[in-house]
Design a protein around this ligand. Sequence first.
Ligand code: NAP
Length: 325
Amino acid sequence: MRAIEIKTPGGPEVLVATERETPALKPGEVLIRVAAAGINRPDVLQRQGHYPVPPGASDLPGLEVAGTIIEGDCGDSGLAHGDRVCALVQGGGYAEFCAAPIGQCLPVPKGLSDVEAASLPETFFTVWSNVFDRGQLKGDETLLVQGGSSGIGVTAIQIAKALGHTVFATAGSADKVKACETLGAAKGINYRSEDFVAVVREATAGRGVDVILDMVAGKYVPREIECLADDGRLLLIALLGGAKAEVDLAQVLRRRLSISGSTLRPRSVAFKSAIAARLKATVWPLIESGAIKPVIFRTFALADARSAHALMESGEHIGKIVLTL
Ligand SMILES: NC(=O)c1ccc[n+]([C@@H]2O[C@H](COP(=O)([O-])OP(=O)(O)OC[C@H]3O[C@@H](n4cnc5c(N)ncnc54)[C@H](OP(=O)(O)O)[C@@H]3O)[C@@H](O)[C@H]2O)c1
């Protein structure tokens, strides 16, 4: 099969076209003929040599695909050979064929193209797992999303808004701030010219937000503690701003705050399958009703994966970049 491999750690130029054997299926897996594959920041980190491939996973990049099931045991999933699905995978998405645990496959929501479906799994699984499972965003609670125009950000804003929450989001340009508000953020905050702590405090009459989804960390953490409401939860999913922070733990104690972090990729199939079931029940109907829309910034042919990575690293994108086959 045709695939894109990482020849050696480095820049986008190390992504090269190659021929590989079609993946052999493990028990519980199906083979997907890939029509489109989403690009995510972790693919860039993997290409740079900063994100080791978990044991047993494909060395090919690509954490999400959409396509057709052509082989393997669909068990009692309700899916069958010939069905259009999108899937969260442990790697191997930049290829003509990709193996996926059946529990991590979801039907393509009605009305979505392959490109739109391929843009869903990685960010929807990550956002659900952090904001709703770990972070327990509920009732009329409020959410602050750092990096609101990222693939993760556009998903977090839309799911939380569709479920009735007030959302604040930071972004690095006026256009990106506007995009966050168009997607449903009550207030977009330009982190280059505004202080998100002051903006959040003012917008919440001094109360702060209940949950923060953060990919920046570093110097953001003490400021995030300042703008969390009592009993607030901070969920770290990346460390783009650095892994070290000095925090006032007295505030954590006094105001019963929680700071938590996680990475999705090494979690078990059972863990990811449980998230898939919750997404199917709660979020898929919101996509099918049009309340949540995939945000596709640009597509590239598989053979041009280098350009897709270069675009992601430029930071110009709003939403998702997707490869087509
Ligand atoms: N833990 C997990 O399980 C998990 C899973 C998936 C992804 N992730 C991580 O989540 C992050 C987003 O992934 P993605 O694929 O959505 O990437 P992406 O689209 O490239 O987004 C990166 C975002 O980081 C934002 N950013 C950088 N510095 C910032 C700052 N100081 N303040 C606010 N925002 C800042 C950028 O905002 P501007 O462009 O506005 O500057 C951009 O929107 C990545 O770091 C990725 O590794 C973690």
